[in-house]
Design a protein around this ligand. Structure first.
Ligand code: FES
Length: 104
């Protein structure tokens, strides 16, 4: 299990323990995180799982994949240098302690 934190625009934090191997869109849905919908089921066709990784936590999620990168250009709230599609982030020890800003 790893620790994951979603942060809403008002600063409210939602923490959860997530099993390794679960993608962080599925984890958000399972934890009723607002504004993460995962409409395409994780096939990189909707961008409704957009998050901004808060790298001040010391956990970086790396760069988006090529197709993910194209989808991030379509995010309604606008992308940032740390934007990712959370369906492409799979819980692993490297992501333990990750903080993600949820946008809406
Ligand atoms: S769930 Fe659709 S792009 Fe992530």
């Amino acid at each position: 299990m790893i620790n994951v934190c979603w942060v809403y625009p008002d600063g409210t934090e939602h923490n959860a323990s997530v099993a390794e191997g679960v993608n962080l869109m599925e984890a958000a849905i399972a934890n009723d995180i607002e504004s993460i919908y995962g409409e395409c089921g994780g096939s990189m066709a909707c961008a409704t799982c957009h998050v901004e990784v808060d790298e001040t936590s010391g956990v970086a999620a790396g760069q988006p994949f090529a197709m993910e990168n194209e989808m991030l250009d379509m995010v309604e709230s606008g992308r940032t240098p740390t934007s990712r599609l959370s369906c492409q982030l799979v819980a692993s020890q490297e992501l333990d302690g990750i903080r993600m800003k949820v946008t809406w």
